[in-house]
Design a protein around this ligand. Structure first.
Ligand code: ADP
Ligand code: MG
Length: 701
């Protein structure tokens, strides 16, 4: 049976045995032959080329030579004892040196003839040598084996200490590969293989471990990555299709009075093209008879609120209520205020429901929502409580979605007799590849344009030693009537230490900005909500000029007069967090600044983060860099997505393959939605398997 070989436990592999098996399981999660086959090399050493002695340069990571050993001897005593051999080819000579395994090497050298030498060149006493090179007698077989791309496998210190280094893993893989002919089940259909010029699975697996040349390696990697991405996309698109078929949406058949009146008479500003495009996308969705599930991405300040409002007006024109849910009370308040403002000339009722809504008010409000008198409801989590019943909910807008869990979303959906349309808005830009994977079952709209007249925030990096100048700059800005945020990180192991940093910082600022000339607010997570709101309100009312805070101000707060954001210990923030924080300024007409304060000692990664922030304001570009730096596994929301199960594909690099895989998946499901055609049997089987287990690579039976 095909999979017998693959499901064999690793201890039964020649040369492994129970002890090493235990280690392989613990250290690398290799339990079976299949797991070993799926333990891909993370890079390859190019041994396709033989160099000449005369070509050797110090900067070469390694060289491979072919020639004679013309002399060798053991020199030195004790720890300096070493074997020195003189290697020669047609262009010159170079010394090879071994400190260990001398006896073994000497025996090999004594066999004479032509040798293949492979190692890293070094300089000693002004001359090149190669310490501890690999040495092989140049038989035909060795020459062929040597002249290839040699796999380098991930392993651990512990494994290495037990002799399981990359080479040993390669030898183990070679045994499995030599036995696997016609035993690797194909997981794609013949049509998919042919149309996309993909190698068979077996061929690809063989080549990925033992590539004959760079070109075939690329083909093998393509096939493996394609498969990984294809099955994730297939799952997502299937979910989307099932939903589209099974769930009838409420039909918003017309654009009516409210929408039109607002658009012609009450728009507070002309819409950007991006806003218009997104509103059109929403109109098409909601007018299709299917349930809309749309993710709206738009950088902070790109103007998502008015898109939400116009969608709500569209719902109203079609006899439906809408609700808008925000993650915090402050944000819910702000939304409520800006929507009320815009709706005032229209005379449309709108209500706010949060945890602090008083009981009496709450009762009337809930009655109004249940009867349908109140068409628009804004709120926090309070909206998903059972007591909130709508008369006819047609649209749910969720702001800053990543703060809400999937089941919370589901509870909002179930509030109507019919499924309401769902618009999820997020200001956290996600790279396209990640969006396609995380939200592959949603439709995605993007506002990729800021309203006109915005001055981009100027971002500046300063070392802690320049604090005095930074204080002077702050004073200058305050004298011009501006307000300032100073943000401290909250990411240490110990909350106490964070708190101490914050309080120390606060005190030093109060010293530098004394009363009564200056007023300083402070806001942090250990304060009571009411105190926090009080301080926020003071800052909003311009009663204080400086707001010292932890990242609680990260989300959504809108104080247009605040034009300077100082981020302390900026090296301790992630890129997306820095970008979110910077988004708090640059909301008014004034030139705004973001100052990143760091110590002198920065790792390469931190430096890249800081430089990226200084270079660009483009959230999508920043998200791409973030993805490259951190890998998809660490980005919020990816844990449940299957992205972390990717072994070879890399969402920061394989956008083109992902795009292709998605297209092929869509086409396939269009032609055979339930994958019942016999030609698609392999795909259907694989998909079932993947649906049965989240980490679908480690289980095959
Ligand atoms: P987001 O929620 O996407 O961060 P908002 O909807 O809060 O952004 O909009 C940010 C600011 O820009 C608001 O003050 C809003 O009134 C303004 N704004 C939005 N769209 C436009 C536009 N097309 N032209 C001018 N100003 C706009
Ligand atoms: Mg917003």
């Amino acid at each position: 049976m095909a999979s017998d070989l693959l499901s064999t436990q690793i201890e039964f592999l020649k040369g492994v045995g129970p002890q090493r098996a235990e280690l392989l399981k613990k250290e690398l999660a290799i339990h079976t032959f299949l797991d070993l086959l799926l333990h891909y090399p993370f890079r390859y050493v190019d041994r396709t080329r033989f160099y000449k002695v005369s070509e050797i340069r110090t900067e070469m990571p390694y060289v491979q030579l072919k020639g004679q050993i013309v002399a060798h001897s053991i020199v030195g005593l004790k720890r300096a004892r070493r074997l020195v051999a003189t290697f020669r080819d047609s262009t010159g000579t170079i010394e090879l040196v071994w400190f260990q395994g001398i006896k073994w090497v000497a025996e090999k050298l004594a066999m004479g003839g032509e040798f293949i030498v492979f190692g890293k060149p070094a300089v000693f006493n002004g001359k090149f040598n190669i310490p501890h090179p690999e040495l092989d007698i140049a038989t035909d077989e060795n020459t062929i084996r040597a002249s290839a791309l040699q796999p380098v496998y991930p392993t651990t210190e512990k494994l290495k200490s037990k002799g399981i280094d990359s080479k040993a893993i390669s030898r183990m893989v070679r045994i499995v590969v030599s036995q696997m002919e016609r035993k690797i089940p194909e997981t794609l259909s013949l049509a998919v293989l042919e149309e996309n010029h993909l190698l068979s699975k077996e061929h690809a697996l063989r080549l990925i471990h033992f590539p004959s040349d760079p070109d075939s390696l690329r083909k093998a990697q393509f096939r493996v990555k394609f498969e990984e991405l294809f099955f994730i996309q297939l799952r997502l698109i299937k979910v989307k299709k099932v939903r589209a078929q099974a769930l009838k949406g409420i039909l918003f058949s017309k654009v009516g009075d409210n929408f039109n009146r607002f658009f012609t008479d009450h728009l507070p500003f002309p819409l950007t093209d991006a806003q218009k495009r997104v509103i059109k996308e929403i109109r098409i969705d909601t007018g299709s008879g299917r349930q809309m599930n749309r993710l709206l991405q738009g950088d902070v300040g790109s103007g998502k609120t008015i898109v939400a409002l116009m969608s709500m007006l569209l719902a109203l024109d079609n006899g439906c209520q809408s609700c808008l849910m925000a993650p915090t009370e402050i944000l819910a308040n702000q939304h409520y205020q800006s929507l009320s403002e815009m709706l005032k000339p229209m005379g449309i009722p709108i209500a706010l429901l949060t945890g602090s809504t008083r009981a009496a008010q709450r009762r009337t409000l809930l009655a109004g929502v249940a009867s349908g008198e109140i068409p628009f409801l804004v709120g926090t989590h309070a909206l998903i409580e059972d007591s909130v019943q709508f008369s006819n909910l047609g649209l749910t807008v969720i702001d800053e979605q990543h703060r809400f869990g999937v089941d919370q979303r589901a509870r909002l959906w179930s509030k109507g007799k019919q499924l309401p349309h769902v618009l999820v808005m997020t200001a956290t830009p996600i790279p396209r590849t990640l969006a396609m994977t995380l939200y592959g079952d949603l439709d995605v709209s993007v506002i990729d344009q800021l309203p006109p007249g915005r001055k981009p925030v100027k971002t500046i990096h300063r070392y802690d030693s320049a604090r005095i100048e930074v204080f002077a700059f702050m004073k200058q800005q305050i004298a011009m009537g501006r307000q300032i945020y100073v943000v401290y990180p909250l990411i240490r192991e110990s909350e106490k230490m964070d708190y101490k940093d914050l309080m120390d910082g606060y005190e030093s600022i109060v010293r530098a900005f004394p009363q009564p000339e200056y007023q300083v607010s402070i806001v942090h997570g250990q304060m009571k909500n009411t105190d926090r709101d009080f301080e926020m309100q003071r800052f909003l009312n311009r009663q204080t000029q400086i707001m010292v805070a932890t990242t609680v101000i990260e989300v959504g707060v809108n104080v247009p007069n605040a034009s300077v954001m100082i981020i302390e210990s900026a090296e301790r923030f992630g890129l997306s967090q820095l970008h979110q924080l910077r988004g708090r300024v640059g909301r008014g007409a004034d030139q705004s600044y973001c100052i990143l304060m760091t110590s002198y000692e920065l790792s390469n990664e931190t430096r890249t983060r800081v430089e990226t922030m200084v270079r660009t304001n483009d959230g999508f570009e920043i998200a791409e860099v973030d993805l490259r730096l951190r890998g998809p596994g660490d980005i919020e929301g990816t844990q449940q997505s299957g992205v972390v199960d990717l072994r070879l594909a890399d969402l920061s690099k394989d956008a083109a393959i992902l795009q292709k895989a998605r297209e092929v998946a869509i086409k396939l499901l269009d032609s055979d939605p339930d994958l019942v055609s016999p030609v698609n049997y392999p795909i259907a089987a694989r998909l079932r398997e993947s649906e049965a287990s989240r980490n679908f690579y480690s289980r095959v039976s």
